[in-house]
Write a protein that binds this ligand. Structure first.
Ligand SMILES: Nc1ncnc2c1ncn2[C@@H]1O[C@H](COP(=O)(O)OP(=O)(O)O)[C@@H](O)[C@H]1O
Ligand SMILES: [Mg+2]
Length: 372
């Protein structure tokens, strides 16, 4: 079966591909183990994992078009979102050797996925986890990826990664609200255009800015979806407040609805479990109590959604006195060229980190990682 680019990827460092109602995420053994041993109490809040696949790639010598395929089970419906405005997102190798995404509207997806295809071309990272694609039935998916919790590193991470992740939390809404935006795409029916937020923009948001952007996302979703989302957040809160010993470090809540069809429901799912753990999982450290950082994030979202539902005419204002409002940092836009530069520098730092032994790295490198 053909594997192509996933046009609706709003966050993540590594590119996701898509095939037959699934997203194909580069295999991480921890994450695959977590999905394979998913606690039944969490299953209603996560996506189905349908196994692992090996993707093979071939190149058309004439025009450099890259074709990918894999044996994929037919457990989910064929995705309508494989096609955007009649075009599939494909890849081509340019004369300079760089892989380029074609027919991409979402710059983030195009950049991350070109890198993954480049790795495939070099002959490594062929394995992917197959996950149910939660937007496969949507015509114009409106998606937001919210990184939950106040701690974003697992115990298995290097000291440098721990420091850099802690700094990202302190400098973003993660520390105060237990949630930050790592990506969003929103479809505007009037202009028939998407608008995007990437992770760099998400990290720079303060509480007010986060509120304004999430307000826009949910107000476009409409009242009935707002109420359903609120209900689902309460259900998730209830489940996680009983999940003793679980920690969902660096994991996200992915929310999606169809911007072109009001009859399609809003979907909320926990994703991204590469650094999640629970007592008895692999040889991980054990924790007592619940993941309070994640619960704080849910509470922040519940407060915001309750305000939106209860005071629909308030507009995107925080229901606090101006003195309590944090200093406003406007939502700063980052253009496609800058995304490419930021991703490239991130890639270089990651390679450097892998190549350098942990002991020899000094704290100065950490501030380098934080530059973007
Ligand atoms: N099951 C899914 N259905 C639809 N989109 C998904 C799904 N899983 C991930 N995505 C998309 O891919 C992005 C990155 O996924 P994620 O698992 O967070 O990767 P990473 O580990 O690189 O952060 C998400 O922001 C979302 O847009
Ligand atoms: Mg992620």
């Amino acid at each position: 079966m053909d594997v192509v680019g996933f046009p609706h990827q709003v966050g993540g460092h590594f590119g996701l591909l898509t095939c037959a109602g699934h997203v194909c995420k580069p295999l991480n053994h921890r994450e695959f183990a977590f999905y394979s041993q998913m606690d039944p109490r969490l299953q209603p809040f996560t996506v189905k994992c349908c196994g692992r696949i090996k993707v093979t790639l071939s190149m058309c010598a004439e025009d450099g078009t890259l074709n990918m395929c894999a044996d994929v089970p037919e457990c989910h419906k064929q995705a309508s979102t494989l096609v955007i405005d009649g075009q599939r997102m494909t890849f081509r190798i340019k004369k300079c050797g760089k892989v380029e995404a074609e027919k991409a509207t979402n710059a983030w997806a195009a950049q991350c996925q070109s890198k993954v295809v480049e790795k495939l071309l070099k002959g490594y990272d062929k394995w992917f986890i197959l996950l149910e694609d939660i937007v496969s039935n949507f015509k114009k998916p409106c998606v937001v990826d919210l990184k939950m919790g106040q701690r974003q590193y697992g115990d298995e991470c290097s000291p440098q990664k721990k420091l850099s992740q802690a700094q990202k939390c302190r400098q973003s809404t993660s520390a105060e609200m237990g949630v930050r935006m790592v990506g969003m795409q929103l479809y505007d029916r009037n202009t028939q255009q998407y608008s995007f937020v990437n992770k760099y923009e998400g990290r720079r948001m303060d509480k007010t800015c986060f509120y304004e952007v999430i307000y826009k996302y949910f107000s476009d979703a409409g009242k009935s979806r707002q109420k359903v989302a609120l209900q689902k957040l309460y259900e998730l809160r209830d489940a996680l407040s009983k999940a003793e010993g679980f920690r969902f470090f660096s994991s996200s809540l992915l929310i999606a609805y169809d911007g072109a069809d009001d009859n399609e429901p809003i979907v909320l799912r926990m994703i991204d479990f590469a650094h999640s753990t629970y007592n008895g999982f692999l040889n991980d450290n054990e924790y007592t109590g619940t993941d309070d950082g994640y619960l704080l994030g849910i509470d922040s979202l519940i407060t915001i959604l309750t305000n939106i539902v209860s005071y629909p005419n308030m507009g995107p204002k925080l229901l606090e006195s101006p003195s309590k409002r944090s200093l406003k940092r406007p939502h700063t836009r980052i253009d496609d060229e800058e995304i490419e530069k930021l991703l490239a520098s991130e890639e270089n730092v990651l390679i450097e980190l892998e190549e350098t032994s942990e002991e020899s790295l000094e704290c100065s490198n950490v501030s380098l990682i934080e530059e973007f």
